[in-house]
Design a protein around this ligand. Sequence first.
Ligand code: CU
Length: 263
Amino acid sequence: MRPMTITTSMDHMATRTRGFSRRRDVRQVVALWAVLTVLGVVFGLFVPARLMGPPASPTMRGIEDTMTVFSVAAAPVAAVVWAVALYSLLVWRHKGAGPPETDGPALRTSRPAAVLWILLSSVLCVFLLVWGLAEMGSVATAGSRNNPMVVNVTGNQWVWTFDYPDKGGVQSDQLYLPVDQPVVFHVRSKDVIHSFWVVKMGIKVDANPWEVTQTSVVPNKLGTFDIRCAELCGLLHADMETSAHVVSGAGFTQWLQAHGGHA
Ligand SMILES: [Cu+2]
């Protein structure tokens, strides 16, 4: 008796799925989903990373790539929500005055749809988790290999100070870095909590009064980049910004010597 019952219920499920996929509104929603997915993927590929501007370190490049991957992966999921919402708004809505006389059709559970949805979501979540953890690991260790230069960063209301312990104790309120040289920042605060953020290099770490935090990077682009405080730290928090100048090796030595230090 039992195998027959299973076969019958599977047949029933297959018939329901076929009937469902033949419905005109279902096909239109699927078509809408496909169009919105393509638009979402194109947006994900070209917009979020470009909004951040050209990266000034491999770390920032990795972060921009991650934004692109996450946006593209999210596009088909977001498109399901947009497609159903748009179709409901344009087609399924009640037309005419007053409330509708009858209820809409009741929702029915579909096992294949539920299994497919859970499976796809799980695969997507695991992929994003693994990608995110790998990216986080590479951000954390970016500049700490290959004999990095140490820069001590101190935040206090409302300025940043940089000193170079291995370069004759040079101190500056602007950050100078030689291009392509790995650098480790030892970050601390003299008063409240600040956050050391070199925007285009993709590094940000809290500056605490009770402990030294650390971040590292390899600046790979010549130029001047914004440094900001990313933690509300009092009245002039918004003004707590300075510049990072990434210069050639020779330019960096020159700068050190002009400030009483050595290479
Ligand atoms: Cu601040």
